[in-house]
Design a protein around this ligand. Sequence first.
Ligand code: GDP
Ligand code: ZN
Length: 460
Amino acid sequence: MINDTIAAITTAMGAASVGIIRISGSEASEIADKVFRSKKGRSLKEKKTYTITYGHVVDEEGKVVDEALALVMWGPHSFTGENVVELQCHGGMVILRKVLELVIRAGARLAEPGEFSKRAFLNGRLDLSQAEAIMDMINAMTEEGAQAAVSNLQGGLSNIIKEYRKQILEIMAYLEADIDFPEEDFTRLTPGELGLRISQIADGIHDLLQTFRSGRILREGLKTVLIGKPNVGKSSLLNALLKVKRAIVTDIPGTTRDVIEEYYNLGGIPLVLMDTAGIRETEDIVEKIGMEKTREAVEEADLILYVLDIVHGITEDDEAFIRRYPNDKIIILANKIDLLKEEFSEEKIRERVAPYRVHFVSAKEEIGLKELEEEIKGVFFENGFNLSDKILLNNVRHKEALERAKRALESAHRGVEDNLPSDFISIDLRSSWEHLGEITGETLEEDIIDQIFSQFCLGK
Ligand code: GDP
Ligand code: ZN
């Protein structure tokens, strides 16, 4: 039943200067009229869409609860596609809750998490990937992440998916004709043309899948661990990178107590920095990499920043540790170069740990940190960091659906090569078309759709 009228507080909880109660559904204006009095006492129903009316929220006895603005947006041209009234109140959770309570008593039902977006989806105002982009935008850690979400919200991904689905349908139409009228004379696709068309779509999907790593990092952050022997300067580096003295730095090993996790905006890439040293500095973590917590963090990390003290050089322990991990996952930070008085050969050190990357830094003097940032960007966003022209896949659900679609296309392609009858190929194409439709929500089961929206937050 989607005809009932729902309401919720749609602004962030906590101290804000304005709070908004959104009411959506066929009874939105009737319900709003019961709790909102405009100055002239006229019904909101008479207002043109997208107009704002000044007035007061009043309770059943007519007592003024708050001063408010009422914004009306009549369906179908509203966010949900239904009649919507938004009451902009003076904020303060107590007042907002009170207003919401009045709205509920006037006949609205409290919206479930994600229910406004779900209605927008059901009413065709947004497709599923666009609705999901709203969530991403809210949760984005950096401006660049939000920008990527905006391009998905504007239909970047959906448009590509729609185009592929259209192309698949076209190929299917050729095949259907072949199945239905095998004797007739009409333009057929040669097996070569058929194979080419299918592989072009598969290649496009492949390219899209390649953007997932960057997209996920932008969405969830680049999981980075700082690791190295005690006292090499891990906490100092963490602080230098964060430019906030949060971890305690001392000369005595073993003073950083807890696992320290910090968010750090590296030119648009959200870095989730973990100082594993915080786990237990009294033990030599490099030797005791068997320690579960540390190992977990290291295994899960996208990037390992392996710190060593250049005054002591690279030990065998260091090398043994480093060589356990692939070189695209690890950057060696040779720290404390400010202490090196005499000349030293960077080249020699580089050669020794090749093909691993080494950066010569000083946490104390803040040397080499800018270059480190550039290096990290280079490793994880090879093609630079221009988001405006690029769709970045950032959602596991989308990625998995694309993988299934690609597999089905590959199977169709093999079918063409093996000269299988058209209806076999058609089945694979159809399956691919359906998997693509899961992304925009066109071919998803209702309960799965419900589940996706239930992960949204309240009021969205
Ligand atoms: P951790 O055990 O690896 O976390 O090491 P800390 O960050 O606690 O640093 C250990 C000691 O090394 C402290 O006395 C720091 O001040 C010092 N230290 C860290 N980085 C540098 C650096 O780049 N240059 C110098 N001269 N000292 C540093
Ligand atoms: Zn430390």
